[in-house]
Design a protein. Structure first.
Length: 668
């Protein structure tokens, strides 16, 4: 007999001439491909039918206990040579989908098979998969090789579970089987698949005639074929498959109606089965059933409406909240400061919503947060200053912005500001090493500073103050020179921060009351008396600061005897006793220049002289520190300190013991 080789040899050419867009083709050498089944020659029986879209439906799910088959309509020759009974290698592949009509359970399954006949009228549905019946299970006369995709666990066939792939010979008891799944090529892990999930999956069946090896591989549709097969077994199919045999797909349902679909199917003798061009396969139907649709609508419409209303409400709520959250105050006059103005949103983002985690510290004016600007990735410090009155804010911001133009290596750069109701946010360069006071009095949290570092910081602060007082186009009075306002950059340079802030309280509040700004320990006596700040009041504060850094002691130390309460008095006392160097911080061990240390201590005393006129200017201070000018020959008696007639010491003491006075920023 001639068989498929002769009968189909001319057909491909004919098909392409007559119906060029045919969705399948066949060739004479035992190969076929169906990319969808529209107008295909596939032979069907039972419940099998081709749906308008080209989908092959083996069972339709409405009636139970049904079976359907699809065959490649001609027998193929499996023999190695025309009269040989040795079965050659072959590959088959198909894409299927199982849609169960009841969630979670399905019946029965799909089988790919090779059999000597297309007549399966004697086969039973349900667990027999439309392949055999209760009489002939396992008989070698069946000559059936099958791969089952089984969604029911049948004890009589010793099924492993209700979701497995098995290789069957002549019957339904699997030679080998495995739970449905696939091996991941990259890590070798097995991933489970649910056959009745309603998703399309692809199966490859490969037989190697030389090695008698059967491999079955499963994967979600559109995934490349996994290298490792799910089921691999050896069985010499030469003793099973007849020389001329039909290739088919079978499907059956039991008491539960499932729908079984085939999207594409291909086969090759002696070679890999043609792959599916994914775009050309029909789609699986959607899962919801007609009978359930009304119920679904009854429930889903009110839910959908409620959800919609809720979502609209939520959106409005979020929008309003966002507005409030990011709300700023901006007035017309601020336009000229445009480049210096930050949006609250940017600052909110930079600090991740002013999280406590980013809190750098709390100062006399408010909390300071660390942040990173979203776009520039610039590290910033944001100071949130609350202020009640809006009076004077304009002048203050004008001043802040003009100060923002100051640029000096010993000044913390002000980058800009943002204004909200009752709140002002000032944005500075971030100083990674924090404030100096933590190094001086921190309880071990920061390392102590050596003399070189201290001297460099003192010189740096002096240089910054000199710049503010004279080197810039206008005289700027800092008003709040103190250790906690000196920040350290990455190179441990001292930088003055917070200048001008004091003015906020000058402008902002009630002008009737005399209002002093600064930190009491650093206030020059004439400032206490008149409330008038001048460069000399800054020099006074600088003197106290220099002593503080050199001695590692607070300007007012309650642990000391009353005559040594003030740091200035104590250093002066040591000078008189000829041992001024003893004032030096004991943590500065040996590595220091005695002359330099004495210079700083004496300069500190001179700067914090009671009489403003006795104090040097910052220019002189700088000259002394650089040794460009010799420090004047002074004796300790020139430093009239608390003995002065209008001594503020009593005042200081009363203030110090009461903590802070209204109008005074207490400091730490
Ligand atoms: N630009 C900055 N970079 C890093 N840390 C800062 C910066 N500004 C302030 N801080 C930190 O925040 C704390 C409080 O700052 P601040 O409000 O200036 O204190 P005070 O009001 O006592 O001068 C400081 O001790 C410091 O640790
Ligand atoms: C199938 O055949 C019908 C007519 O016989 C034709 O209208 C239709 O386009 C064909 N479908 C495909 C996919 O070739
Ligand atoms: C399903 O198939 C059965 C048997 O062929 C038929 O009686 C029934 O009408 C079909 N149902 C649908 C929805 O096609
Ligand atoms: C195959 O067998 C037939 C008869 O069974 C014989 O006529 C034919 O010559 C054989 N062909 C080959 C190639 O052996
Ligand atoms: C996969 O399926 C097997 C058998 O059904 C089961 O033992 C295993 O727990 C499943 N694994 C996962 C990850 O679900
Ligand atoms: C079966 O899979 C193994 C890998 O597990 C492979 O070595 C062998 O060549 C495969 N055989 C066929 C027929 O695909
Ligand atoms: C399979 O069986 C046939 C005879 O039935 C034999 O000729 C062939 O060598 C066998 N193949 C393998 C791989 O054992």
């Amino acid at each position: 007999m001639c068989g498929v080789n002769c009968r189909w040899s001319l057909l491909p050419a004919l098909f392409f001439l007559i119906i060029p867009n045919l969705p399948y083709f066949t060739t004479g050498d035992g190969q076929f491909s169906y990319y969808g089944f529209a107008n295909s020659s596939v032979f069907l029986d039972g419940t099998a039918e081709i749906l308008p879209g080209g989908l092959l439906q083996l069972t339709n799910g409405t009636t139970n206990m049904q079976a359907g088959h699809a065959f490649y309509p001609a027998p193929l020759h499996f023999g190695k040579s025309p009269n040989s009974t040795v079965v050659q290698s072959f590959s088959a592949s198909f894409v299927f989908g199982i849609i169960s009509t009841q969630p979670g359970i399905s019946s029965e399954g799909i089988a790919f098979f090779i059999a000597p006949t297309m007549d399966f009228s004697g086969a039973l549905p349900a667990q027999y998969l439309g392949l055999i019946n209760n009489q002939n299970n396992g008989y070698s006369s069946n000559h059936i090789f099958a791969v089952e995709l089984d969604t029911v666990q049948n004890p009589e066939f010793i099924d492993i579970d209700n979701n497995h792939v098995g290789v069957n010979i002549n019957g339904l008891r699997s030679l080998q089987s495995s739970p449905a799944g696939f091996y991941d090529d990259s890590n070798g892990h097995i991933y489970n698949l649910s056959l009745a999930s309603g998703n399309a999956m692809q199966v490859w069946v490969d037989y190697d005639g030389e090695a008698a090896q059967i491999n079955v591989t499963l994967a979600p549709f559109k995934m490349a074929k996994p290298i490792k097969p799910l089921v691999s077994t050896t069985y010499n199919l030469s003793v099973v498959i007849t020389e001329a045999a039909y290739v088919g797909l079978s499907s059956a349902t039991g008491s539960i109606g499932s729908r079984h679909y085939i999207l594409g199917w291909s086969f090759t003798m002696n070679g890999p089965a043609p792959a599916f061009f994914t775009a050309e396969l029909p789609d699986l139907p959607r899962v919801p059933r007609k009978s359930a649709r009304n119920k679904v609508l009854q429930v889903s419409v009110p839910i959908a409406t409620a959800t919609f209303v809720f979502l609209v409400g939520l959106a409005v709520f979020l929008l309003v909240r966002r507005r409030l959250q990011y709300a700023e105050v901006q007035e017309d006059w601020e336009v000229e400061f445009g480049p210096h103005r930050f949006t609250f949103k940017d600052l909110f983002r930079a600090t991740e919503g002013f999280r406590n985690r980013y809190l750098l510290g709390r100062g006399g004016f408010g909390r300071v947060y660390k942040g990173v600007l979203h776009k520039s990735k610039l590290e910033i410090a944001v100071k949130r200053v609350s202020h009640e009155s809006t009076q004077g804010i304009r002048e203050f911001i004008a001043e802040i912005v003009s100060i923002g133009r100051l640029r000096h290596r010993n000044i913390v750069q002000l980058l800009g500001y943002c204004r909200r109701k009752g709140e002002l946010l000032l944005v500075y360069d971030y100083m990674p090493n924090g404030s100096l006071d933590k190094y001086l009095y921190g309880h071990g949290e920061r390392p102590s500073l050596d003399w070189m570092q201290r001297f460099r910081i003192i010189k740096g602060v002096a240089s910054g103050l000199l710049y503010l007082h004279g080197e810039w186009e206008q005289v700027v009075i800092h008003r709040d020179v103190k250790a906690s306002n000196v920040l350290l950059d990455e190179e441990m340079n001292g930088r003055l921060g917070d200048f001008g802030l004091a003015r906020l309280y000058d402008h902002g509040t009630d002008m009737q009351t005399t209002h002093l700004v600064g930190t009491i320990r650093y206030l020059a006596p004439e400032l206490v008396r008149t409330g008038k700040a001048s460069p000399f009041t800054d020099v006074f504060a600088f003197g106290v600061f220099a002593l503080e850094v050199a001695c590692g002691r607070r300007p007012i130390d309650h642990r000391m005897h009353s005559n040594q309460l003030l740091l200035v008095d104590w250093v002066l006392h040591l000078w008189r006793n000829g041992s001024i160097i003893e004032a030096l911080d004991s943590r500065i061990q040996t590595n220091y220049d005695v002359d330099e240390a004495c210079l700083v201590l004496k300069l500190g005393l001179l700067c914090s002289h009671q009489s403003a006129t006795a104090r040097p200017s910052m220019w002189h201070v700088m000259q002394y520190l650089n040794r460009d000018l010799p420090f004047p020959e002074l004796s300790s008696s020139d430093m009239v300190q608390s003995e002065a007639a209008d001594s503020p010491v009593a005042y200081y003491q009363s203030v110090a013991s009461n903590g802070t006075m209204s109008g005074l920023s207490g400091g730490r």
